[in-house]
Design a protein around this ligand. Sequence first.
Ligand code: UT7
Length: 332
Amino acid sequence: MSQLVRAQITALGTYVPPRVLTNSDFEKMVDTNDEWIRTRTGIRERHIIDKGMASSDLAVEAARLALAERNLEGNEIEAIIVATVTPDMLFPATACLVQHKLGIKKAWGFDLSAACSAFVYALQTGAQFVSTGTHRKVLVIGSDVMSSILDYSDRATSILFGDGAGAVIVEPAANHGDGIIDFIHEIDGSGACSLYMPGGGSLHPSTHETVDKRMHYVHQDGQAVFKFAVRKMGEVCERLLERNGARARDIDCFIPHQANQRIIQATAERLGLRAESVIINIDRYGNTTAGTIPLAMATARQEGKLKKGDLVLLASVGAGFTVGATLLRWTI
Ligand code: UT7
């Protein structure tokens, strides 16, 4: 990929709400058990907001930490991209609410909807503005309050998701070879009805009937999504590595979307990644949709598995279907 300037991540901040919902809490709510959830998904607990909070609140907390790590004033940010499938409201964009709450005066921004791939799509979108030289500091946030669209009487979907957010600052890379190297993104709308929320949009505006039919909740054909994810996540990663002349053992840190531990492990095995390079934190957070990849970046750093100079592979598959993989040299 020819770029005038490469973009790099210069700061990371994450936030999850304090309240924890464990598998044993779910045992009291639906016909499930800790063993089923752990062995089928890898999840032990997830964080859930208290009433009154929204995606913008989680986003603001994560963004504050990213700004503090970089020692930046909010007013130095030129654009804000919020990746989310659970905006505070259908409009205005959550990016506007985040801008106002952070008191950032000069930025423009928008929301990006790509479900579980939204963070990698937003990262690349922010990187393009930096690469072309039009922007020097872009705030990219993934934030989702999945608990706001879950049917807590549906054991097949409610146990999977949690709430959380992560924010990064994207700036020009200081050194040759640093930052975002390449990416592959794909969408496949033939899978649209495998994972979706049917109600509340222009096709099925909210009515008493849509509420009665439980159309404002996540609906998922778990097995169809599982099969697609296992096939696609490995495939795009293989193509990305190959066209950059990288081998699986060159990857220091593999940071995949956290939807199911079995999807992550199948992908890691297919690629032949070193076990210690694979980041898994789904046990603590569940699937936080746009939040998973920055949250996993934070876990990798805490565990000493993500260091300056590391070659990093990000990968995601989500509703849409959306697919993404990013190769980058970590610089912080
Ligand atoms: O980030 C967005 C992308 N989403 C994903 O990547 C999710 C991909 N899909 C999955 O992770 C898995 O398909 C699930 C975890 C959602 C489900 O696992 P599975 O191994 O595919 O289970 P299944 O849907 O085939 O269900 C197996 C059985 C069923 O019972 P019967 O019909 O065999 O009697 C389900 O009713 O497990 C039952 N089941 C449960 N049992 C206890 C479904 N959910 C539960 C539950 N507790 N929570």
